[in-house]
Design a protein around this ligand. Structure first.
Ligand SMILES: Nc1ncnc2c1ncn2[C@@H]1O[C@H](COP(=O)(O)OP(=O)(O)OP(=O)(O)O)[C@@H](O)[C@H]1O
Ligand SMILES: [Mg+2]
Length: 279
């Protein structure tokens, strides 16, 4: 595999994930390997149920609620196997070195805390800033993600924000500790098309400004174009094709990739940058 010259930030090797319920194991991720270089943006595309979220959550060792999952293989982050870290070390890495933005902004925010307090908590936990310094930083972060009047909005609660604004808040929390890797799992699926494009542009800009690597997961090829350099196509728990986005769009090799591409409305295949023309 061609992975560039940089030592990978993340090297996933032969990752498997098996759910155990009612005694019948079901393997939903089966021998996945990939690298993400520092600062690189990589997309994961595939239809519903192919294992994208399980793969993403495995990197942070987060099991879906109330489930028992067994992970196999290796997840090397800066050369250290995350699957072998103890719980405390893993908690340190989560949010500080690797952060994640989930699909549903409402269920990932705490409804009883102001959004400012939620950013403060993250900063205090991982960076040791005082509460006052954390709040100053939280306000800067809200500004960075495009929340107007951030000093007063910091005291508002999640229900006082629109869906798109909540997603911006979640992104502010995710980037607050300047993670080396940001995992975005369907970050725009719950949003309408205009807001979707705004959030994707925000992710692009932050990635550039903060130098983060980005793992962008979506079932929609239209979202990937213009966002990432390389893409992995997943089907039934495996990676079936990998390539530069342009090459994949121009000449998909795997029949499943072709089928996915055929499902993308023509207008979107040029990616975000080409949507500036007349609508
Ligand atoms: N808690 C769970 N218990 C048992 N099986 C699960 C659980 N969560 C997910 N699965 C199964 O694991 C497989 C992969 O699920 P995953 O959520 O990773 O798919 P996905 O590619 O993210 O799909 P989507 O595009 O719909 O988000 C699916 O077959 C799903 O049914
Ligand atoms: Mg998913």
């Amino acid at each position: 595999m061609m992975e560039g010259k940089l030592e990978p930030l993340l090297a996933v090797r032969d990752l498997s994930a098996t759910f155990h319920r009612h005694g019948a194991p079901s393997r939903v991720v089966d021998g996945i390997s990939f690298d993400i270089a520092p600062g690189e943006s990589v997309g994961f595309v595939g239809e519903s149920g192919c294992g994208k979220s399980v793969t993403a959550r495995a990197i942070l060792r987060l099991a879906p609620e109330g489930s028992s999952i067994e992970l196999g293989g290796r997840i090397l982050f800066r050369g250290q196997d995350l699957l072998r870290l103890d719980a405390a070390a893993m908690t340190d890495i989560r949010g500080r070195d690797i952060a994640m933005v989930f699909q549903d902004p409402m269920s990932s925010l705490n409804p009883v805390l102001s959004v400012g307090a939620q950013i403060d908590d993250m900063l205090i936990r991982h960076t040791g800033l005082s509460r006052r310094a954390a709040r100053r930083r939280a306000i800067e972060l809200l500004d960075l993600v495009g929340i107007h009047d951030p000093a007063s909005r910091a005291d508002d609660h999640p229900h006082q924000f629109s869906g798109g604004m909540r997603q911006r808040v979640l992104i502010a929390i995710a980037v607050s500790c300047q993670p080396a890797l940001l995992i975005a799992d369907e970050p725009t699926t719950a949003l309408d098309v205009t807001v979707q494009a705004q959030i994707l542009r925000l992710l692009l800009r932050l990635r550039r400004e903060l130098g983060m690597a980005l793992m962008l997961i979506t079932h929609d090829f239209g979202v990937i174009a213009g966002m990432v350099e390389r893409v992995h196509v997943m089907q039934a728990g495996a990676i079936v094709e990998t390539g530069a986005v342009d090459a994949l769009f121009a000449a998909p090799r795997h029949p499943y990739t072709r089928a996915l591409l055929d499902a993308v409305p023509r207008l979107e295949t040029g990616g975000l940058d080409s949507t500036a023309g007349p609508a």
